[in-house]
Write a protein that binds this ligand. Sequence first.
Ligand SMILES: [Zn+2]
Length: 345
Amino acid sequence: MTVGVVYDPIYLEHGVRGHVENATRLTEVMSMLNGSNIREKLAFLSPYKASIDDIARVHTMEYIRYIETVSSAGMASRWLDADTAVSSSSYQAALYAAGGVMTGVDCVMKDEMDSVFALVRPPGHHATSNCAMGFCLFNNIAIAARYALEKYRLERILIADFDVHHGNGTQEAFYNDSHVLYWSIHQHHLYPGTGKIDECGEGAGKGHIVNIPLPPGCGDSEYIRIFDEILMPVMQRFEPQLVMISAGYDAHWADPISTMQVSITGFARMVSRLKQIAQQYCGGRTILALEGGYNPQILALSVKATLEVLLGSEEIEDPPGFSPMKVGEKDIRDILDSIKKLHCL
Ligand SMILES: [Zn+2]
């Protein structure tokens, strides 16, 4: 299995001191990878810079110019809302973040790699066509998916999003689009409040948005159950030509901003299911874009475990293990039934 990792130090230059979404997240990941036994098996790739036209596949020109202007206004940092800040390098970092996921698309579509993990900042899945939200400026995965549809004339792309927050921006981008199936598993009532079961697409996109909001306290067994009972049958119908993953690790039990109870082993099992889908339908072509995950040590271990799965390792390392808080399995039958009914599964 050939596995690529996209990274560039420009990703460290975005952000403000003291913010939970900070450069330490990536420095921790990179130092763990550099000191690990999988380093020599990975191909490290440099991202290219997305053009304005690339970003405009998802965002309005007015919004792109706004981000450029506020980012280069000569101030050390500026807050765009209560959560999202830009520094003087943020615009450049954001262009390379979108370009980083696009670099992954090119590598797997040209069969240079089986899978590519774009370790980018700022993250993207909350950014809408005209609004920065939830630490996100440009919607990296949506931009790269549109690029893949256009450049490689694809017709069916899966975007699977296991970040603990709903990717409202990605959903918005493809709400009326039959070419992308957006599938999100997230904690109900958490930021940004979207992602209800009945938000399932409109027009040509009807049925191509699959939202699975889960109650707090769910862990590996509930997540895997959702993968097996919802995602797998939906994919049998959709038959994706490319698998893209919004890989956020903030559903981990030790993450500071959610109350889910997923373990690193749980993330590895989810990635394994997604890899299986990619192998079954599209020759293993998989692209991952980093989203959340705010405990830097846990994030680093989770990314490493993800790469181990992509490399085909039989065993992954999970030093923190399972949640000490997780007792029993949550009853999610009603949620499953509602989703199955709505999507005719
Ligand atoms: Zn998140």
